[in-house]
Design a protein. Sequence first.
Length: 147
Amino acid sequence: MSARSKARKRALDILYEADMRQLEPLDVLATQTNRRASEGEPELNSYVTDLVQGVIANQERIDELLSTYSLGWSLDRMPAVDRSILRLSTYEVLYRDDIPDTVAISEAVALAQDLSTDESSSFVNGLLARLSEVKPRLGIEPVVVSD
């Protein structure tokens, strides 16, 4: 598993925990960071922080788009893990030009296959493909990434 794939999974874990426990994702991220430091574990990959912060900064727009394009499914009706996967991957598809859409979608589908229902991977794939298709018309400015 690549470093970015592991970072996506860790970011997903943080977003999911925050959603399920009704906590602020940045607080969950800080708790994870502090725990790792106190236990002498390696620091989180910086991409974990980038993803969590990016989702939080754009969550209102991300949720609006997910609600608009997920025909027949409100965010509240979605399984919590699907909701977290979709928020994470929508951020990558719409706001991160350094990640090819196909990679972000493929990674999201893999997470859904591993962590959610049998139908979730098809749902995630279809919704993200639609967002990728309409992306040029949404007027979203991608984040500037410096290496």
